[in-house]
Design a protein. Structure first.
Length: 451
């Protein structure tokens, strides 16, 4: 019997366990390790999810304790199962494992993707923060316009009670409140709910798939970080980010997505030069010449922005994009600058986990990440924003912070939607796929008789 450790970050690691190890009598997963997400280590994957071979569940320990764990438990194999890390980081982890005498393993799409009975569109990316969400929203809106029932299936973010989160369905903001969703979950769910889309997520994606298939005619996988889909896609759309040129081939598993993509959407073309777009196009062509390349922008739109000219503001950005995503700022700072606001550096008013985030991510200078994995972090964010010497707050997190925080200053919300450049290409590609699926009988025909 092989003794296994799964390196993770409360997402793909659980899916890898469920699909490849839970029912495997020839191996035992001794532990998960945790990184990227705070307060995950110290918990336990519960017996109700872990299955018959794990009556005590599976402990989750900090990745920093990896070598000690490998020695103490005489581990045979370590499986790497998280995303948005450089190739160098992956190989450093491999070196730590190999030096301890264990095997190092990466499980691929074929081994871990579930097969759906309904057509699956997967929206993935080369890096977190590239703009998957607005692409997913646009595709889902077109499907709804054509009369198709669509279910959004989000990449997992099980940061709470794992048993309660095994299979989740969200249709209203009240559903988010009842589920006690974190800011990070709300960032992904709220814009879909505002557009009238049903969202599924969870821990056991076999159960999630069954529930979503029972309700929808088309499943839309809305990926997290730069991970690849948990479901076998019929059409894989991968979002590339020209602001981080070169990362499309130097981050795991974003390069995997790029090489598998049917369509590559280069987002944010309005934020870079034509030369940078051309360099990214050339890089894509070198590794995946068969992919159709689409250009798009995601211009930020600031609610009541004319009121902020000359005012001192603190900017709050989407958390993952500016932390492990490596971006020094996002749509919030761009929108605030565009309306003539004065940017106030916020860090002197921070404490606790926010102050530690600055130490972990020194590239952060002018913006705050919207950290809210735990109630304590929300309280720290609220304290910092209320103490800041500014006149207003500009928030580019898709989660509406005013629903979660009691603020003593007005909050101005930044929105961003996808704009194709030129228009119609992505729309036509979606229509081609829907027509193909209807011709093969996988979904009903929604176009016959339409003008």
């Amino acid at each position: 019997m092989r003794k296994v450790v799964i390196l993770g970050a409360a997402g793909r690691d659980f899916h890898v366990f469920n699909t490849c190890f839970r029912d495997d009598a020839d191996s035992r997963v001794v532990a998960f390790t945790a990184t990227q997400i705070p307060d995950i280590a110290g918990r336990r994957y519960p017996p109700s999810l872990a299955g018959l071979f794990y009556p005590q569940g599976v402990p989750i320990v900090p990745e920093e304790e990896l070598e000690a764990l490998l020695r103490a438990e005489a581990i045979d194999e370590v499986v790497f199962a998280y995303s948005d890390v450089s190739h160098e980081t992956v190989m450093h982890a491999a070196s730590r494992v190999l030096a301890s005498g264990a095997d190092f393993r990466l499980l691929g799409p074929t081994r871990t993707m579930l097969q759906a009975s309904k057509p699956v569109i997967a929206v993935c990316a080369v890096r977190t923060g590239a703009g998957k969400s607005q692409v997913s929203r646009k595709l889902a809106s077109w499907l709804k316009e054509w009369g198709l029932r669509v279910a959004i299936v989000r990449h997992p973010m099980p940061y709470g009670e794992l048993e309660r989160q095994r299979c989740q369905r969200f249709a209203t903001v009240e559903d988010l409140q009842r589920a006690r969703c974190t800011v990070e979950e709300r960032e992904e769910y709220e814009p879909h709910l505002a557009a009238g889309h049903i969202v599924y997520a969870g821990v056991d994606y076999g159960e999630v798939l069954a529930a979503a298939e029972a309700e929808a005619e088309v499943l839309l996988w809305d990926g997290g970080n730069n991970d690849f889909s948990f479901f076998q896609p019929d059409w894989l759309v991968v979002v590339a980010d020209p602001l981080r040129l070169g990362h499309e081939r130097s981050y795991h598993p974003g390069e995997t997505n790029l090489r598998m993509a049917d369509t590559v959407l280069i987002n944010k073309v309005d934020s870079v030069s034509q030369q940078e777009v051309a360099l990214l196009q050339a890089s894509i062509a070198e590794v995946n010449s068969k992919a159709r390349v689409v250009l798009a922008a995601s211009p930020p739109r600031l609610d009541r922005g004319d009121e902020l000219r000359g005012k001192r503001v603190v900017v709050v950005e989407d958390g993952p994009s500016v932390t492990h995503g490596g971006m020094p700022y996002g749509a919030g700072l761009l929108a605030a600058r565009a309306v003539g606001a004065q940017i106030v550096e916020p860090w002197e008013w921070t404490g606790g986990s926010l102050a530690r985030a600055r130490e972990l991510y020194p590239h952060l200078q002018q913006v705050l990440p919207a950290l809210g994995y735990q109630p304590e972090q929300l309280a720290e964010l609220e304290t910092a924003l209320n103490a800041a010497a500014c006149e207003a707050i500009v928030s580019a997190t898709p989660s509406r912070l005013e629903r979660l925080l009691h603020l003593n200053k007005p909050l101005y919300q930044v929105y961003y939607d996808l704009e194709e450049r030129p228009t119609g290409v992505l729309h036509d590609l979606l229509r081609e796929n829907v027509q193909k699926w209807s011709e093969t009988g996988r979904i009903r025909d929604v176009f016959t008789g339409r003008i």
